[in-house]
Design a protein around this ligand. Structure first.
Ligand code: NAP
Length: 270
């Protein structure tokens, strides 16, 4: 696991972070760096086996243990059980990272309600359910950070992924609304919009089965000249969730090597 090691081991000391989708890809890298920066971490996703593997690897790589809870973020009762686990083990969360997402390529005219429901249910409703479960205690404590994971410029379209683009655009709106409503009560809400990061999930679901080779083809559209890494996103997450970002709220921070400058997602999806 590559880590930037730019932050001290105390950058997130005293924080308790819940990371959905923390067993793999970007969520795993965020869990890794949060542990390395002193936070207590609970990872949550559907696969108990995947969580157990991630927990063991995180312990090996960081020397710290984390909590894990099998949880489908579409299921409000399951999210309540996640909240109860965190409350019992840590007395509550101070950071929530809404990273869990589903995605798969479907031409818009063939997109079924079920396909739309799976992706919007996971990305948008999952973000809503988890935030709704954890934020009342944060507001009560007068302290907390919500970090949503979105997409650069979804309003410019996401060809082949209408469900995901719609969900991420809505999450950006929620990010701003929540930041307005909760800012004076001590809760900051931001988002990170990652550019192309060749995680296993994305390679499997988004590139017509081309895998990492498909990502290489889009590198020419990236001004910085390389693909992103999970660690690039994790570094931004550490910053936004740390006291160093105490005056930043309501933002959708694009971390994409400059892809945004080239006109959003459409050129990547050709
Ligand atoms: P990934 O490796 O496929 O991770 C997705 C994670 O979400 C998995 O750990 C998965 O675990 C979990 N998950 C899926 N459905 C879930 C559900 N219903 N309930 C709970 N957990 C669920 O993908 P990634 O590339 O790291 O993506 C992470 C985030 O970055 C996502 O929000 C994605 O939209 C965003 N993003 C990624 C890129 C990129 O290029 N990689 C670009 C823009 C945005 P289980 O299977 O165990 O549930």
């Amino acid at each position: 696991m590559t880590t930037h090691r730019l932050f001290t081991s105390k950058a997130l000391a005293g924080e308790v972070a819940v990371i959905t989708g923390g067993r793999s890809g970007i969520g795993y890298a965020i869990a890794h760096d949060f542990l390395a920066c002193g936070a207590d971490v609970v990872i949550a996703s559907r696969s108990a086996e995947g969580l157990a593997r991630a927990e063991a690897r995180l312990a090996d790589e960081t020397g710290r243990s984390c909590g894990m809870v099998p949880c489908d973020v579409r299921d409000e009762a399951g999210v309540e059980r996640l909240y109860d686990y965190v409350a019992a083990r840590h007395g509550g969360a101070t950071i929530v990272v809404n990273n869990a997402a589903a995605n798969f390529r479907t031409p818009a005219e063939r997109m079924t309600s079920r396909a739309f429901d799976v992706v919007v249910g996971t990305d948008l409703f999952g973000t809503f359910h988890v935030t709704r479960a954890f934020v009342p205690a944060m507001l009560e404590a007068g302290r907390g950070v919500i970090l949503n994971i979105t997409l650069p410029r979804p309003e410019a379209g996401f060809p082949g992924f209408a469900h995901c683009g719609a969900a991420k655009a809505a999450i950006i709106s929620l990010t701003a609304t929540w930041a307005y409503e909760w800012g004076r009560r001590g809760v900051r809400v931001n988002a990170i919009a990652p550019g192309p990061v060749p995680t296993d999930g994305v390679a499997a679901n988004m590139l017509h089965g081309e895998g990492a080779a498909g990502f290489e083809q889009i590198t020419s559209n990236i001004p910085v000249g390389r693909l992103g890494t999970p660690a690039d996103i994790a570094a931004a997450a550490v910053f936004l969730c740390s006291p160093a970002a105490g005056w930043i709220t309501g933002q959708n921070l694009v971390v994409d090597g400059g892809v945004y400058l080239n006109g959003g997602n459409a050129p990547l999806m050709r």
